[in-house]
Design a binder for this molecule. Structure first.
Ligand code: MRU
Length: 353
């Protein structure tokens, strides 16, 4: 895959760019130290970029996959003409398998496929599919602004918050989910500062969340993941605000590994726990947290840091990259459709009806 540098500084809103018919992804593995874009020439490049974490975060994985479907259709139309729908099937399967936990990936591909079903066999499908991918992208940004304001409305008194991983513009079409709430709360004068877990092993907190918040002038202090309990014990933090990769029909929430322990310590300290996510992250076909596929990645990611081996030779590692927080530990799920307090199966069903 070719790399490209823009003739201007990158911004968190540049996670996915469609420019002159090209799909460019800001390489999040290199942030904040380098702002390099990867040019995905086809759906296979796109799937690899998702698997390799060039782009990461559930909603933006969905947006990226939607553009990947456009590339698949382009190649299929050029290669198979009227047989394009059948010809792009393998590419769509590759995209769908790129990462298992973020349900937005399958959600976006299903939406693109549904549109494709209604298109003519004998006309280039790219314009219609591109319009749908752009709609998915723009709707995600709009949803984040709405849910950001709704989430901020739950914060009653000026306070500090803790967030985990990166659920910002980089992880979404733009504005962010958890960081959308934080941005809206900051604008409303309700925020003293943000504590951001560094989020081992990919350090999405220290590399990406801190990058986004510093650029916005929102005060951010990093915490080693294990320091969150001690910070909550000190006081002055009323809310934990996180995103999600998949919310089950009973309100159980999958998110970056470490979210579950944060929810437990929040409960122990009387700190409220908010999950901010668009409805595209809610999987009504998944009855409970135990049904959510949890991605386990290469143990090398944990045994090393910054590309350098840090663990003692001979040690192995268990590296699940998401965990499930039971609904009983969640005070609020906030989507673009509204706020679900103390979520359970009945409330989720009503919300999604
Ligand atoms: O492994 P990642 O970086 O893709 O994990 C991302 C997260 O867990 C985010 O918190 C989640 O996708 C919500 S992003 C708005």
């Amino acid at each position: 895959m070719k790399t490209i540098q823009l003739d201007r500084p990158a911004s968190p809103d540049d996670a996915v760019l469609w420019m002159d018919g090209d799909l460019l992804l800001l390489d999040q593995r290199l942030l904040p130290h380098a702002e390099v874009f990867i040019h995905c020439e086809n759906a296979r490049d796109t799937a690899r970029a998702i698997t390799d974490m060039v782009v990461r975060g559930a909603p933006v994985i969905g947006v990226t996959a939607a553009y990947g479907v456009v590339l698949a259709a382009r190649d299929a139309w050029r290669g198979a003409g009227a047989g394009w729908r059948q010809a792009m099937k393998e590419d769509l399967s590759l995209l769908a398998a790129a990462r298992p936990t973020a349900v937005n990936l399958g959600w976006a591909i299903a939406r693109m496929e549904k549109l494709a079903q209604g298109l003519a066999d004998d006309a280039d499908p790219e314009p219609a599919l591109l319009a749908e991918a752009k709609a998915i992208h723009e709707e995600d940004i709009a949803a984040n602004h709405t849910l950001g304001d709704l989430g901020a409305s739950l914060i009653e008194h000026k306070t500090s918050v803790i967030t985990h991983c990166n659920a910002g513009a980089l992880a979404t079409g733009g504005y962010g989910t958890a960081l959308g709430v934080i941005r809206s709360a900051w604008k409303a004068g309700k925020l003293d500062q943000v504590y951001a877990d560094e989020t081992r092993p990919w350090l999405q907190g220290s590399r990406l969340t801190a990058w986004e918040l510093v650029r916005d002038g929102i005060p951010v202090s990093l915490l080693a993941d294990g320091a969150a309990a001690a910070r909550l014990a000190v006081g002055s933090v009323d809310w934990v605000v996180v995103g999600s990769d998949r919310i089950a029909a009973n309100g159980d929430v999958a998110n970056k590994i470490g979210t579950y322990s944060l929810a437990l310590v929040a409960k122990a300290h009387g700190v409220k726990f908010m999950v901010a996510a668009p409805t595209s992250t809610i999987d009504m076909n998944c009855p409970g947290g135990g049904d959510i596929p949890i991605e386990t990645r290469d143990e090398a990611e944990l045994l090393s840091c910054g590309g350098k081996q840090v663990a003692s030779a001979g040690a192995d590692a268990w590296n699940p990259v998401f965990d499930v927080t039971p609904a009983g530990l969640v005070d609020a799920i906030v989507t673009e459709k509204g706020i679900i307090l103390s979520p359970d199966a009945k409330k989720l069903y009503q919300h999604m009806a």
